[in-house]
Design a protein around this ligand. Structure first.
Ligand code: SF4
Ligand code: SF4
Length: 490
């Protein structure tokens, strides 16, 4: 292992690492635009300049290899002057768009300009104006804001594997574009918006939706497939405005897919169920008459499944399952999109064993659906048509809800606290990012009412479950933290 001196302190560096990686690993701040840990280094923004002992000029640390006894200095007047000059060069053609740019508030160019520049431009000529246009169904470019770092181009080549983006023209006319008639339209295309260090690439769905400093951010997990990508939910005025990935090396690395990112519109659907009919106690009274069945979807949280298991035991009711599978497994770098489009099937299998189909021939039926795109599959409709009593919990109005004597509107995953177990057996927390519609109560509340037990929060229910379910032994919300934890046996 080579040893280098970083700002006067000796540190060991893994063989093959660059100076920038050594700085990042050892907590030495170096500003950068084009370098990203999930992409190959390119060395084209020059913002990561540092002083190294075996060169007379400043060097771009993202391309400079560590060698034994190398002395690296990341601060000081010479380094600051180098970075100032790089910024001055970048800002020559950059428009003063911050007041109308969606990246404002989380833009590296703003932050580094604030840190290194004096706020005065020496540029007196005309700026070069570049194209503003849609590059694909979800991505638009403001070319004049582009600093030609090529992160987006490398992502499309190295991670998406589709290569739709390229840098066209020379010198200060360089700008990102697509080939004529071939838009950027791949399952992970919106990651280029997160990667863009400035506001050149914009998510068309988020355009002018929120100033980020007014919005609320909540750390959660995507529920649109069994992968459970770690996400941050941005909400304003109780509406989800966007989701962006959080880094988790064990789940999704730096990325998430477009389908998961955009699958939030059903929350504000006109058909959303907002009023209940009957109560959880009515449901319990009907179930205790016997010959009762439960249908549970694998969209429900660990806490909800645990309470349903206890109800099933109390009512001596068989439990059948609703699941949803679509497409094939697709891999994009460190991200795998799963064909199982529900977030908690793995836990259902741990708790109930092999998942049984919808029970047929019961006199009464209780259906907990909550899968946004699933409404009354034929086997469920047949079982419901044959039942005398029907209780339904779901997100939206539909044929089952019309028939039901008891209706308990469901909270969507972003409106409640809880946990899911992903396809690899990792238990991860979801957090309430927005309030549910006024009359909608969290499932854990009315499931406990049906059970007739003391009302506990989702965290309290999880603690109870962890005492009895071997896969959850030793886990609690504190241990799960923001990155989740492997369940027992994984
Ligand atoms: S569009 Fe953004 S990510 Fe792509 S090269 Fe320009 S600045 Fe970099
Ligand atoms: S891969 Fe799955 S969990 Fe990840 S963002 Fe896409 S749908 Fe959501």
């Amino acid at each position: 292992m080579p040893k280098i001196k970083l700002n006067g302190k000796e540190v060991e560096v893994a063989p093959g690492k660059t100076v920038l990686q050594a700085c990042v690993d050892n907590g030495a701040f170096v500003p950068h635009y084009c370098w990203h840990p999930g992409l190959s280094p390119a060395g084209n923004c020059r913002m990561c300049l540092v002083k190294v002992s075996n060169s007379r000029k400043l060097e771009a640390s993202c391309m400079y290899p560590c060698s034994d006894n190398l002395e690296v200095t990341t601060e000081g007047p010479e380094v600051a002057k180098g970075r100032q000059d790089v910024l001055e060069f970048m800002l020559i053609n950059h428009p003063l768009d911050c007041p109308i740019c969606d990246k404002a508030g989380e833009c590296d160019l703003q932050d580094y300009t604030y840190a290194y520049r004096g706020g005065v431009s020496r540029f007196r000529d005309k700026k070069v104006i570049k194209h503003t246009k849609d590059l694909g169904p979800n991505v638009r470019i403001w070319g004049s804001r582009c600093i030609a770092c090529t992160r987006c181009v490398r992502f499309c080549e190295e991670v998406a594997g589709t290569g739709e983006l390229c840098l066209v023209n020379r010198g200060d006319h360089s700008v990102v574009d697509v080939f004529p008639t071939i838009p950027i339209d791949n399952p992970v295309s919106l990651n280029v918006v997160d990667l863009c260090p400035v506001g050149a690439l914009i998510d068309r769905n988020f355009l002018y939706q929120a100033r980020v400093w007014f919005a609320r951010e909540t750390e959660s997990v995507c529920a649109s497939c069994a992968r459970g990508c770690n996400v941050k939910i941005t909400a304003l005025d109780n509406r989800i405005k966007r989701m962006v990935p959080r880094v988790n090396a064990d789940v999704n690395t730096w990325w998430m897919c477009d389908e998961g990112r955009l699958n939030t519109r059903y929350l504000a659907d006109d058909r959303r169920l907002t009023a209940s009919k009957g109560s959880a106690r009515d449901l319990d009274a009907a179930a205790r008459k016997g010959n009762f069945g439960i249908v549970l979807s694998t969209y429900q949280t660990i806490e909800e499944m645990w309470l349903v298991k206890r109800l099933a035991e109390a009512w001596k009711a068989p439990v059948g399952f609703l699941t949803l599978t679509r497409g094939e497994r697709k891999k994009f770098g460190g991200l795998v999109i799963e064909p199982d489009k529900t977030p908690n099937r793995r836990f259902a299998e741990k708790l109930f064993g092999e998942l049984k189909p919808v029970p047929a021939g019961c006199k009464g039926l209780f259906v907990l659906n909550g899968i946004p795109e699933l409404e009354g599959p034929p086997e469920l409709m047949a079982a419901a048509n044959g039942a005398e009593f029907l209780a339904v919990s779901d997100l939206r109005k539909g044929p089952l809800v019309e028939k039901a004597q008891v209706v308990l509107p469901a909270c969507a995953w972003a409106e409640k606290d809880g946990t899911f177990m992903n396809v690899d057996g990792r238990v991860q927390r979801i957090r309430k990012a927005i309030e549910p519609p006024a009359a909608v109560r969290a499932e854990v509340a009315w499931l406990q009412e049906a059970l007739g037990t003391e009302p506990l929060s989702a965290e309290g229910v999880f603690l109870q479950a962890a005492k009895e379910v071997p896969a959850l032994a030793g886990l609690d919300y504190g241990k799960l933290g923001n990155q989740g934890a492997a369940s027992n046996g994984h």
